[in-house]
Design a protein around this ligand. Sequence first.
Ligand code: ARG
Length: 460
Amino acid sequence: NQDKLSSARFSEATNAFVEKFTASVMFDQRMAKQDIQGSIAHATMLCSANILTEHERDTIISGLTQIANEIDSGQFSWSIKQEDVHMNIEARLTELIGITGKKLHTGRSRNDQVATDIRLYLRDQIGMINSELRRLQVAIIDLAEQYADTIMPGFTHLQVAQPITFGHHLMAWYEMLKRDYQRLQDCSKRINIMPLGAAALAGTSYPIQRELTAQLLGFAQVSANSLDSVSDRDFAIEFTATASVIMMHLSRFSEELVLWTSAQFDFIELPDAFLHRLFYHAAKKNPDVPELVRGKTGRVTGHLVSLLMLMKSQPLAYNKDNQEDKEPLFDTVDTLLDCLRAYADMIPFIKPKQEKLYQAARQGFATATDLADYLVRKGMAFRDAHEHVGVAVKLGLSTQRDLSEISLAELQQICPMIDNDVYQSLSLEGSVSSRNHIGGTAPEQVRAAIQLARAEINQC
Ligand code: ARG
């Protein structure tokens, strides 16, 4: 009757909906290479442990190799009927080699399988992230070397504070990325631990050889607790946290580039490919790439929060919630790689406008501190020197002159200690080169920092 018919139709639609709702193959198929790699190692271990015959092992490996080729050439047909990447590959394996295909999953569960795949995938991706990060660091160092003597204003509160060099500013960026590189290396240590063998949650009754599988897959260690192995996603959170810090740094660079390319600052030129030229306003170019990178930072930090919230209430051990770890993680990887690449490509083409930078550094009494230091060198107490400088700055302000433009007679009226040698201190070059110690802005120190950075990079 009519009622029965519509309820059957409804339940069919619902089934289809739930099938799609619970599937992950649309996004986890990107781990296919790692899934196959893990399965080949697992089959090899099963054979070594006499759980599979050599013939079964070889049949499985050749089936998996064929599947890898099918995937590479785009011939593999993914189906949400098989839910995820693991089941799609296993179903195809059985289709290809028959009953032996069904033996592959002995002593294993999708729970430890997926945890292993993500770690393998992330390990591969971090390799690429590391090399993009290195490329960016080298680009920054090269540019810093080129402009180690170029004077620019240094800011506090976005107000001109003291003269620095462009190279010094860039090397500050390098330092941020150096810590990021270390953070990535550190979290890699915890990623490179193999959960396989934990099975569903409690381990397996087969005589598996976990160390062998780990060795085959290049893992440094096997995980210590089966419950933790299948439910831990800290490693993904740590990676995303590190990615968020890197993005935060790129966002800060972006903010500076946006300011520096504005008509108001006009400090640098960015290469045209990274800008958007308004067609009705040929003179105006928008810094699209830095702005997008700045915008994407929120997205990655959002993924970090997603993963933290995903995990916060999960009881041990595996829960289906964990399927939700992939999209934030994958998008973090993609976004980070793209942004690092954009920066590594863009930095070498940055052109500082040296005259503009120099003139900007002459504003805002950038050498006021140098005058105070000068007086201290002549024997005055720092606080007193500070007061005298205040008077000199006031005079400069009221007569619209920089400190270096005030005559010696006028300066001596403020403080008789002052001599003609004061102008060395008041010059931008003198100010910059006097900050000559580790971490200082003197060109000599910038070059030393660059040399050290190159050595650091060549070390690992
Ligand atoms: N697609 C699943 C995930 O991403 C694989 C693990 C499923 N395990 C299970 N027992 N349902 O987490």
